[in-house]
Design a protein around this ligand. Structure first.
Ligand SMILES: [Zn+2]
Ligand SMILES: [Zn+2]
Length: 457
């Protein structure tokens, strides 16, 4: 990894602003140590294939850039990016007979609207042992620490039909005073009175088709529905009567149920994410296509979980469902004439095989609940899939995807390594092997510091 050998900061710059960029070889290059005739130099290549004077780049063309190299291995240069995008830099050593090239690094220039935001990786759909279908051993501190160890900046805990596990998770992780944040959530479903008691505990309502994730609400929607069953049934009846009577009663019930859930999620201060719209189980879709159309055309949801799983595990079905959802959203966005905000999530029911490998990349001012909610609702999120040994895939707004590709290469390797260190220490603390104080001393503030260094002032 580049950052392990050479440090160069800052790397995210403002368009049109001259920035002093400082570097350091952690170990002096061999030829310099030996005092051999070698001179360090720097070249650059604008990523858009165009020089400042408008001339286009010839094949393999690079320009030298003035750079001050010092005996202690530090170096500095000034750079003023002309427009948004990436510029690649090549450190090299001129020797009597040849030139030795070091690994390249790049900087990315942003217009002010995006420059003031930071990219935070998070999972918006996570189950624990407090879901009936969650793994029995998936304790809250374990799942949260695993999320941190896989490079996440935040996670929503979204157990079926109950919000309290997420509140408990927030309390359990507060002691670490980490840059990693846990936020409140619930996967909401429509309950039925005859099995309401069982629903609340064992989430049998999961089979009923409606899966909307509530992010950042301050009370549980399913608990409220159970406690106010008269209000709910009256709402359902009224809403069903307003819908096209040629639609079957069963489907109108689902449509009205979605409206209820989304309205309550909003009333309780949350945002509603349409979860895994193309989930298949037992060889059939979880949700009738007509109800899906209704949700998209009339629903009031805030975002769609475009990369998710539904079945809680990675398999061909979930992959196909994600691909279908991407194509569907593309067509829908064209028809609606606007982007539909997206999230990426794992929907894990066991953290170990999946967590951190599918996520939401949220561009927000700060990693706070309100800022993350705002980023999701405003379409400043990408859905991401990034499994070990596989290519990372980002889906969403084109401008954000371009920037995310730079971040994937230049920023996240170091970011994720810091998260891994902190997450592993948290896991040790949850097992009682080290103290919370040990974790804080070693890792508290570790990613915040990197964000401050990586972005220009
Ligand atoms: Zn679900
Ligand atoms: Zn789920």
């Amino acid at each position: 990894m580049f950052f392990e050998a050479i440090k160069v900061m800052p790397r995210v710059l403002r368009v049109g602003q001259k920035t002093r960029i400082n570097g350091k070889f952690h170990e002096l290059p061999r030829d310099i140590q030996l005092g051999w005739p070698a001179v360090l130099k720097l070249k650059y290549v604008p990523g858009n294939g165009t020089w400042e004077d408008g001339n286009t780049l010839l094949w393999g063309e690079e320009h030298d850039l003035e750079c001050e190299f010092r005996e202690d291995g530090t170096f500095s240069f000034d750079f003023t990016p002309a427009e948004e995008g990436e510029t690649t830099f090549q450190l090299y050593m001129e020797r009597p007979d040849d030139a030795y090239k070091f690994p390249v690094f790049s900087c990315y220039a942003l217009e002010e609207d995006l420059f003031k935001l930071r990219p935070f990786k998070g999972d918006t759909h996570v189950h624990t042992c407090w879901s009936g279908c969650g793994g029995m051993q998936e304790a809250l501190p374990y799942v949260c620490s695993m999320a941190r160890s896989r490079g996440l900046d935040f996670t929503f805990i979204t157990d079926h039909s109950k919000i309290y596990p997420s509140f408990n998770a927030i309390c359990a992780m507060e002691c670490f005073e980490s840059d990693f944040k846990v936020y409140p959530g619930e996967e909401t479903h429509v309950p039925y009175r005859w099995k309401a008691e069982r629903d609340f505990v064992h989430n049998t309502s999961v089979v009923d088709g409606i899966h909307h994730v509530a992010l950042g609400a301050d009370r549980g929607v399913v608990e409220y529905t159970n406690d106010h069953f008269e209000e709910y049934t009256q709402y359902l009846e009224k809403r069903m009567n307003e819908l096209d009577p040629s639609i079957s009663e069963a489907q109108r019930k689902l449509m009205a149920g979605v409206d209820w859930l989304v309205e309550k999620i909003h009333e309780f201060g949350g945002i509603a994410v349409f979860a895994h719209p193309f989930w298949r189980h037992n060889n059939h879709l979880n949700l009738p296509p007509r109800v899906r159309e209704y949700i998209f055309d009339n629903g009031k949801f805030d975002a769609v979980e475009v990369i998710g799983l539904g079945s809680g595990e990675r398999n061909a079905n979930s992959f196909a469902g994600n691909v279908e959802c991407i194509s569907y959203l593309h067509d829908k966005s064209v028809k609606l004439g606007r982007h539909i905000p997206v999230t990426g999530a794992t929907d894990v029911h066991r953290a170990e095989p999946l967590i951190g490998y599918q996520y939401t990349l949220a561009f927000a001012v700060e990693n706070t609940l309100e800022n993350i909610k705002d980023a999701i609702c405003s379409g400043r999120t990408l859905a991401c899939s990034s499994y070990p040994g596989e290519n990372t895939f980002f889906w969403g707004d084109f401008r954000l995807v371009q920037f995310a590709e730079f971040l994937r290469r230049e920023f996240f390797p170091e970011h994720d390594e810091r998260c891994a260190v902190e997450g592993k220490l948290m896991l040790q603390a949850t097992r009682g092997e080290i103290s919370v104080e040990n974790v804080k001393a070693a890792a508290s503030g570790c990613t915040g510091k990197l964000f401050r260094e990586f972005w220009a002032e």
